[in-house]
Design a protein around this ligand. Sequence first.
Ligand SMILES: [Zn+2]
Length: 341
Amino acid sequence: MPNLPNVDAVLLTASILAGLGGAGCAAIPDPPEPLPAPEAPQAAAIRLDEPPPDAAAPRPLAPRIHWTPATPAEGTLAVLTLEPMPQGLPAFEMTAGARDNEIALARLKGGAYFGLVAVPLNTDAVPVEVNVTFIDGTRLTQHLSLLVERQDFPTTGLSVASRFTAPDEQSLERIRREREIIRAALAVVSKRPLWTGAFILPRNDATTSPYGQRRLFNNQLRSRHTGLDIRGRTGDAVYAANSGRVILARELFYSGNAVYIDHGLGLVTGYFHLSERAVREGQWVDKGQLIGRVGATGRVTGPHLHWGLYLQGAALDPRTLLELELTEIGDRLLSPPAIVE
Ligand SMILES: [Zn+2]
């Protein structure tokens, strides 16, 4: 049998011997190595200048939708992947939204898209809508609902200067103005990832206050902790958790000296209460670059770094960034994140 590959030849020999001599015969050679898994069929591009092999015109087919984790926890984010059906009509445009916010989609090698979905606090389900426009103009909309795992958050009491729990009229006006500036800055979504590889902690130190903690300021003002506090002394270095562009770097009423970095696809990290800022608005920063120093500016009980994560208008747990497999997804991107100054 000169034309048969080795493994097949062994298989054939084994079955002949088994048929002749029965099981347990010493002449039967060792079991063959498992056959290599067949290669996945290539997603064939649809040629529009010739009819498909089965002569049936390709139809507009809904893309396959995946998300991870399967049941995201409140205060985290999920990664959404949209995979067009290879035998369907090519998609001209794909868009997605969650809770009335657009999800910025990046194209992956092979034609799939991915985007990030915010899962805010106090949510049982996140509605997601996916819209596809095919090259023939047909539109298709899919609705899904991401079920959310609720969490238990601890409660703590804190004492701060009274001007932070009962701000005067002038401060209230400033707070309103700054809320608008922050909202506008977070609403600008870069359409491609600006981050590279895994996210890192902005300071390698202990967590002093977790995300989501229920707080009672001066026994009168109830609030939620919408970031993660990391220990540090005044003057200690604070580093960018990943590459991106500085969208805000200024002194704010509650956050004190603050720096916000846009990492693309709507993902923004914030660094608050700094004693000094080392970057300016509009500046590109690399992962691990010094962006400021720990301080005690704004509404604080003492020096520390408050690290925040924002997506689609929600403040999320920044630890999500360290746990998610964004690295692998980043490596599969069709256009790699460009480093520009
Ligand atoms: Zn904090």
